[in-house]
Write a protein that binds this ligand. Sequence first.
Ligand code: FPP
Length: 240
Amino acid sequence: MFSKKKRVERVLPRHIAMIMDGNGRWAKKRGLPRTAGHSAGSKTFKDIARYANKIGIKYLTVYAFSTENWKRPKDEVDNIMNILREYLKDAKNFKDENISMQFIGNIDVLPDDLKELISNCEEESKDATGMHLNIALNYGGRDELVHAVQGIAREVAEGRVECSEITEQLISERLYTKGQPDPDFIIRPSGEFRLSNYLIWQSAYAEFWFSDVLWPDFSPRHLEKAIDDYNLRNRRFGGV
Ligand code: FPP
């Protein structure tokens, strides 16, 4: 028999954004090179993306490489780019799972082969009706705003947009995430409490969730706990 007590349905964040932090420390704790941490982090990413799609999350954004990450040693940068290459070659798996994929960030400066893999992957997955996955690559929130402002300034100079037409909505439409809802929920593991230039415009009213767990150890169980905590939040968007 079903209980007569009405269960309160939990609300899923429509858009979750994650900062996949702690790969290096995870590897160091095991006496492994940092690259091993990124490989383990990549596996976690695949598991979490699949799980998020399975439970009905509509938008997931992950931070794979920031505009500041070029400061890392060359072999580490090469390793992350190679992980991405391998993932993209294998991304047909995601096609089977009905996930559409988009890369956000300044992709233009990346090596040609990677750009081609990215464009194939976006094209092949564009009609998927399941979760939309954004991979932030060579992404910086300030860089994104500079890019948007330059575009708008050009439109004004060419007489296509009036200054009075520059609104919050217009700016949102000039960002890499145009047409998408802002993130409702930002998850950052690894014991750090900062945004690190991630989605700085889009996160104006996001809820935040932090945890000490290092990204490679992040599991669907942690995601479930985070979503349960999200359900305890009272989002007022500046109202009462
Ligand atoms: C931050 O941890 C992690 C990165 C800068 C790289 C994240 C990249 C991956 C997990 C691979 C992504 C792959 C795909 C296919 C999207 P950190 O290195 O700063 O860790 P630390 O703070 O412990 O040093």
